[in-house]
Design a protein around this ligand. Structure first.
Ligand SMILES: Cc1ncc(COP(=O)(O)O)c(C=O)c1O
Length: 447
């Protein structure tokens, strides 16, 4: 049922919820309310069937309200609603950790659970520090992130992240952080499908940071294999391999934040597999439960786990964790989701659809306001010229697309991001591109 945002008075039903990363006042004037979902579509509160162009928020990779997942959640809720993860366990958490370890590359075998991507990023940074401490390398406390990186909204994540809006009003944050340059250069990369040819050398900036601080003070490097939230920046060819080699040379841990790239978005379980690069830790969230129940975590190399398993057996090895780490409902959802990905071959499906999707989205190049398009896997970033006189055309297109094209898009600054569920048909991908084009064309300069 649609809440009535037009009710008179200083308060209405929409006032109370302070919405995250949302223009609250504009939204509450003209709300975009969702009431149901199935497969590739939402149902809006006013009864329209809305195409989901962004898999929820990069998370509903198996599509919406998939019966095996919702049944597993329901069943779990009726059997074991909650189990404390501190000093107690339940079978689902161990089973899911084993499955994730098997899915991750090489010897990334041990899994620490949390509830979100932000918590996963902060957990990974803390594990890295604890690892250094245990190895007698307590001086290695500095982190290296990357410009335009997004690692959630915790203090650790915003410190290593590289988006000014997420940092500028929140104080000095974590000390001892440097940033690699981002990997985007429109002049050299515009309208590239997949990984651009130019830019691998940008990884070498790590040498500058090592020269500045000395490797003996550096703990870990954290990057998204494909920078998603900033507007889809696929890694230049060879970039991640170069970063891995430099980390090895200087003894730095390499953390891949795979909160977006995990679970099929780039046609593989993890981007690490696509690029043939083995990081020391992988953070994940979102797609692990296809967005149904909050769950995140960090998968670490065996050696990192083994290093921390020291001291008396009765002693807590890592003073870190969350009340809802390995929550039974989340683990049940995760296990059912991984089954579905496997049974329906959804990672392979994304891989097979990648060229079809790229072709469909690149057709928007003909629109004069489109300045660049990047595609990789089932993800695309479409850069738009800002509105004359200021304002984001991408935001205006998102508003118009929902209102007039029955489409959910994501606007990030001047970029439209697309990341459809991996169950999309070729026709639905074409339809997504066409509706997006109409949404952009509808904006004009009016809004
Ligand atoms: C790479 C990456 N890390 C972390 C996060 C934060 O995840 P959450 O919103 O679940 O905290 C995101 C969210 O988009 C992300 O893309």
């Amino acid at each position: 049922m649609l809440l009535d945002a037009s009710m008179p008075g200083p308060r209405n039903d929409l006032d109370a919820w302070w919405m995250p990363f949302t223009a609250n006042r504009a939204f509450k004037q003209a709300p975009r309310m969702l009431a149901g979902a199935e497969g590739m579509h939402y149902r809006s509160a006013d009864g329209r069937r809305i195409l989901d162009g962004i898999a929820g928020l990069w998370c509903c990779n198996a599509g919406h309200n998939r019966a095996p997942i919702t049944a597993a959640i329901r069943d779990q809720a009726g059997r074991l609603d909650y189990a404390p993860p501190f000093q107690f366990g339940h079978a689902g958490a161990f089973a899911l950790a084993s499955r994730l370890g098997a899915l991750a590359p090489a010897d990334l075998d041990n899994v620490f659970f949390c509830n979100s991507g932000s918590e996963a990023a902060d957990t990974a940074l803390k594990i890295a520090l604890a690892y250094r401490h245990t190895r007698g390398e307590g001086g290695r406390t500095r982190f290296v992130g990357r410009e335009r990186g997004y690692h959630g909204v915790g203090f650790g994540g915003i410190a290593v992240g590289g988006l000014a809006n997420n940092r500028k009003v929140f104080g000095p944050g974590l000390p001892g952080v440097d940033h690699l340059p981002h990997t985007y250069d429109r002049a050299r990369q515009a309208f590239t499908k997949g990984e651009p040819d130019w830019g691998a050398h940008l990884a070498d900036d790590l040498e500058r940071i090592v020269a500045l601080h000395d490797a003996s003070t550096l703990c870990a490097v954290i990057v998204e294999p494909m920078a998603g939230s900033t507007g889809v920046l696929p890694p230049p060819k060879g970039y991640l391999q170069r970063l891995r080699a430099l980390c090895d040379r200087h003894g730095l841990l390499l953390i891949f934040d795979e909160v977006i790239t995990g679970f099929g978005r780039l046609g593989h379980a993890f981007a690490a597999e696509r690029y043939g690069v083995v990081p020391d830790m992988i953070t994940f969230a979102k797609g692990v439960t296809s967005g149904t129940v909050p769950l995140g975590g960090v998968i670490v190399r065996k050696d990192i786990y083994a290093t921390l398993m020291q001291g008396p057996a009765e002693a807590v090895e890592l003073f870190h964790g969350y009340t809802y780490s390995g929550h039974p409902l989340a683990c049940a959802a995760g296990l059912a989701t991984l089954d579905l990905y496997r049974d329906e071959g959804l990672f392979e499906r994304a891989r097979a659809l990648e060229p079809v999707f790229a072709e469909a989205v690149m057709s928007l190049r003909a629109i004069p306001e489109v300045l660049d398009i990047r595609t990789v896997g089932l993800a695309a970033g479409i850069d738009l010229a800002p509105l004359q006189g200021g304002g984001s055309r991408a935001y205006a297109a998102m508003v118009a697309a929902f209102r007039d094209q029955d489409l959910v898009l994501r606007a990030a600054g001047d970029t439209i991001a697309l990341s459809p569920p991996l169950i999309a048909s070729e026709a639905e991908l074409a339809d997504l591109a066409e509706r997006t084009a109409r949404g952009i064309r509808a904006v004009g300069e009016k809004i």
